[in-house]
Design a protein around this ligand. Sequence first.
Ligand code: E4P
Length: 218
Amino acid sequence: MKFFIDTANLDQIKEAQELGVLDGVTTNPSLMAKEGITGKDNILKHYVDICNIVDGDVSAEVVSTDFAGMVKEGEELAELHEQIVVKVPMIKDGVKALKYFSDNGIRTNCTLVFSPGQALLAAKAGANYVSPFLGRLDDISTDGLNLISEIRLIYDNYGFETQILAASIRHTMHVIDCAKLGADVMTGPLSSIDGLLKHPLTDIGLAKFLEDYAKGNS
Ligand code: E4P
């Protein structure tokens, strides 16, 4: 399972990278705005800064909603750095753009996916990643994890190579559940990754080891 961090915050990206388990980064316009990154030049520079921190794929989202606009923006984003994956929304022109990018060697991540049908369409259009937003489904009392299972089943039935990028992960249990269900990638906040290493018995055990060592070695 690949670990992506879902943020545009450079300090958090560096911290996750230094842990040695980071495979990539996802961003979206809201995450960029949260960091105060505005204006086209600053936004493009920020994507390059992120690529220079991590080794893996960095999703950069288009903001156009028409085919021609998405193609123009996506081509410009892909030119920025070889690690850039163009993030395209699941709308009709987005599906057309996914197919165009797939035919022209530009890697894509289909975002805002909330149903198995949308995921099937994204795979048919040649998306490299599909991003089901499980946390946002949970928010409206719908089973987000079930969507991951349904997409896994459909993709395995037909051998689609589109990677399931479990998105809108909110906490560590989401990460574990997605791993059990066979999601290829998870993207979440740094806290969802940090949470994986925590267990009270580890802390208690380590304290005891150090205490016993100190008794004979002080
Ligand atoms: C996916 O790539 C999105 O950036 C993200 O996971 C959305 O998460 P949220 O629902 O916590 O905003």
